[in-house]
Each structure stands twice: as C-alpha cells, then as structure tokens.
Write a protein that binds this ligand. Sequence first.
Ligand code: SF4
Length: 358
Amino acid sequence: MKKMTEAGSLLEKAVSGRRLSLEEGVRIYRECDLLQLGRTADLIRRRIHPRKIVTFIIDRNINYTNVCVSKCKFCAFCREEDHPGAYVISKDVLYEKIEETLEAGGTAVMIQGGMHPGLGLDFFLDMLRSIKERYDIHIHSFSPPEVAHMAGLSGLPTGEVIKRLREAGLDSIPGGGAEILVDRVRRLVSPHKVSWQQWMEVMLEAHRQGMSTTATMMFGHVESVEERILHMIRVRDAQDQTGGFSAFIPWSFQPGNTSLGGRASTGVEYLKTLAVSRILLDNVKNIQASWVTQGAKLAQVALSFGANDFGSTMLEENVVRAAGVTYRVPLDEIIRSIRDAGFRPAQRTTLYKVVREF
Ligand code: SF4
C-alpha cells in the first residue's frame, strides 16, 4: 500500500509539470495500475492540447524495395535479392501511387524500403527530384538506418547525405528503425542495423539542418521494462538538445511470420506503455495511437491514455501486413472513431498543421 502511494505521488509530480527520472519511470510502469497511468497521461495531454482535437494525416507508405541486407529478426517483409518476390519499384508505379494519394486528399508520402545493396545515393536523389518536379507533396521518407546505409554505400559522411537528400526534396525523416534504443536489444533483434547512437545521430543531424523527424518505438519483444523506459529517456534527452521530434509513435511488435516469433503485447501492455510515454516525454508534443497494430477500437481507447493523434489513414501499408496483421480503417471510420471517443477529428499535415476540421 505504501509503495502504491509513493508511486502515486510520482504521478502527481508529473501532472504538476515536474520531470520524472528513468528510475521513476520504471517505478510508475511497474507499480501503478492501468487506470492511474491513463488518468495521469490524459491530464497531461489535456494540458498540452487544451482543444479537444484529435488529428490524423492522409498519406501513404510506399516501399521502394523489399530487398534488404539487414534481415531483422522481427521482419516479415524483406527478401533476398534473387527471391522471386523481390522487387524495386519503377517510376511509373511510384507516380501512380503518388497520384492516387493526392486524389484521396493526401498531403504526404512516406517512402521507405529495405536496405538494398545496389541502390546508391544517386538513385534516391533522382527519385526525390523527379517527384518534386511533378507533384506538390510532402516527402517524409528514409528512416535513419536507410540514411546510414546510403552514407555507407556512397562513402560520404551522414551529414552530407542528409544535406543532399534535403536539397533534392526530402522534407522530413520518419522515426523507423528505432526499435528499442538500447544496443543489447538491437544485437538480439536487428544485429546488422545501426547502433542506437548512430540512429540518434542521424536524427540530431537532420534537426540541426532544420528538418523535423518523428521518433518511434517498437516494443514487446526481448526488451526489459528498464530498456523500454530508457528508450523514452534517450528520445527525451535528444529532444532537449534540438526540439526536432514532432511526435513519438510507440507500437507493439507483431510476431506473425517473423523469425523472432513470440506473442504480441496485450492491450493493457500497449496502453500502459503509451500512457508512460506521455508522462515521461514532457518535451514531445504529439503522441500517436497505432490503429495499424492495435486496431481502431483500442486506438480509440488510446485517445484517453495520452494519445492526441490517430496517425495515418495508410492508403497502403505493407510491413505490418506482412506480419499477418491487416487492420483496414477507412477514412470515415477513423473520423467516426475519433468523434465517438469525444474528440473533434482534424486532418493535419506531416508537420502537424491542421488543414481541415470535421
Ligand atoms: S525491418 Fe526494415 S531494415 Fe529490418 S530487415 Fe525488414 S526491411 Fe530490412
């Protein structure tokens, strides 16, 4: 009982605007119950977002290739270069997908792929320029492991690669490939991917060059509670330096068709993790609910557990689908879910500017 009271006082501390430490974050995760955490996260969310608006974006994921040298153990999407299902997108298909996005009222594309051994920096510079020549669309693309891969293939420093991508039309960088920002975990689930410091350095460099990025967290596999919380603290520390993270997006590992296997997180674990991220990340304004991994019903509940954003309408999504999870939520259902949860739905841009309220 005494323990609960002490952990409860940490929640009061967070509500009053004082920052919790790594150890305090672990304690509230372990010792507070779901509804205590949810109530606290909701109070903080209301302070940061006093208007009862929940945003979403109309955009599309485009995966330019499924060939990837990284072979992460949680990935059901990647293929060997000589696999019959391996592909590299053609420009015609790319343009078609962008046109469909614009026709659906979309404002952005998130272009990501595997780390193809044969696609160098010039391929991406040409892709960016050719899109910008044709379309007025925000390009939110290439997660830090891809940027680091381009740097490795080109022999250029990461900062120079980011500069060239930006000049060619890259507008912002998605937070993919973060998984858990702790190297012990990364060695187990994605041993060929960048270290957590390299991931963060790409983001900090992008921020220094004036670009906005997001931060993600894929949890619920081999990490401990301490490592999950440490991930949040590392994002918070980086945000203190640059302020460049527009949003934090936690989602749970989907084990289907992956070599890592195991079981998916429960809804309670998802909601607790989401709430704790809102409580700890006092310098990140937007926290996203993930209907892609949790379904619209739990994402709706997440709006009372600290989330203020419903993410993307995802006109196309391939990576989570490859793991056997196929939630499909049409736009009118997203709007209905937000409204039914007591909020006003609003379409936003990648940079969280509201373009239309419903
Ligand atoms: S998760 Fe991404 S980086 Fe890892 S193997 Fe799959 S496509 Fe490659």
